[in-house]
Design a protein around this ligand. Sequence first.
Ligand code: SAM
Length: 195
Amino acid sequence: MDISDEDDTYPFAGYKKVLAGIYEAIRLGQGKRVLDIGFGTGVLAGMLYKNGYEITGIDFSERMIQIAQEKMPSARLIHHDFSKGLPAELADSKYDAIICTYAIHHLDDAAKTKFLKELQTHLNIAGKIYIGDVAFCTREELNACRESCGDEWDGDEFYIVAEEVSREIVGVQFEKVSYCAGILSLDGAVSIGKE
Ligand SMILES: C[S@@+](CC[C@H](N)C(=O)[O-])C[C@H]1O[C@@H](n2cnc3c(N)ncnc32)[C@H](O)[C@@H]1O
């Protein structure tokens, strides 16, 4: 990740800026309850944890849970595959921020839309979802990046095209961070009056 980010190459060009941008947006927002989807080693969640945020996370890797739990002893880390939606034990929980960095590209576009809509129902008033990943404003930008990457392009991953997500979900904003990365922010279903 670090090498690809430092060399400004796909897929991780902009990785640190994406995480820093989400961290800053959460810091400027309200509330301390954060849900991290696919937290990995807990790079971003760990920064938030150190600064007093209450972290819940889901990941399907036992190894990642072990590493992240050492970093965040009081965090609630749940072993779960998010392709099945949120785990039952989180059915009634709400968060001030829901974050997902470099993980949601494992879901195809239809599954991503369904999952994002589910996440919207788990936000507190004024809460936000922040998705940081390989992402593009338009399909044309994605195609141009794919062509320039050649064999490096991972055809098994489904990257966000913000313009297309906006057609499916209300309350979406997109901030481009590098030529292949960006932050998609979504408001909650309650605040925009839609389920
Ligand atoms: C590339 S890592 C990113 C980790 C971290 N969010 C970051 O930005 O550094 C992707 C993480 O998502 C997790 N993951 C991928 N697909 C998943 C799924 N369907 N359910 C749960 N976790 C998943 C992996 O186990 C891994 O920890």
